[in-house]
Ligand binder design. Structure first.
Ligand code: FMN
Length: 178
């Protein structure tokens, strides 16, 4: 399976980056092909809502990293979102990539699986509620099938998450992709 992992943290060695590392390790051990797109370190500009794409065969008017990534994402069988929780939603860095799906929505929609991994400081039973709903709505709109969610609540630091069950769970998610 071809998998695109999109990360959203500006911390290269943060909590969500660890989940991405472990997931990728598991997925590669299981023989999958993984491409990683670290949105915070790529040049990705916000959607202009200009609708240039609507009249230009899905070509985005923006000139940035997305131009080369559209085809890779379209060719993927699975898209995995890995984000820190920022004000109860995905980080801006990853949301900016999702907004840019707009130009190629028709080509991206359908025939894909998706997963979400998220980390947070908070550990309430509602901490990930809004994020989960948002993810589910995105999947419903994209007609993608959910293949797993891992919400690492109560994980504000690398030390805490390293001593939790979440990294090994992320590995297992990758290893057991069907
Ligand atoms: C701008 C910002 C907003 C945040 N918002 C939330 C939040 O709404 N709820 C929460 O529990 N933690 C929040 N946090 C904490 C992060 O989700 C948490 O520290 C996470 O582990 C960071 O992941 P990272 O190390 O991969 O960047 C926020 C942190 C930042 C910097």
């Amino acid at each position: 399976m071809k998998i695109t992992v999109i990360t959203g943290s500006p911390r290269r060695k943060g909590t969500s980056a660890l989940l991405a590392d472990k997931f990728i390790e598991g997925a590669k051990d299981a023989g999958h092909e993984v491409l990683r797109f670290d949105a915070a370190f790529e040049d990705v500009k916000p959607c202009l809502a200009c609708e240039y794409c609507a009249n230009h065969n899905s070509e985005c008017v923006r000139r940035d990293a997305m131009n080369t990534w559209y085809d890779k994402m379209i060719a993927s069988d699975m898209v995995v979102f890995v984000t820190p929780l920022y004000y109860y939603s995905m980080s801006t860095q990853i949301k900016t990539v999702i907004d840019r799906f707009h130009a190629n929505n028709g080509k991206l929609a359908g025939n894909k699986k998706a997963m979400i991994f998220a980390t947070s400081y908070g550990a309430d039973d509602w901490t990930m509620e809004a994020l989960e709903k948002n993810y589910e709505s995105i999947l419903r709109f994209m007609n993608w099938e959910d293949a797993g969610k891992l919400f690492a609540i109560g994980c504000p630091s690398r030390e805490i998450i390293e001593n939790s069950e979440f990294p090994s769970k992320a590995y297992e998610f990758g290893k057991n992709i069907k």
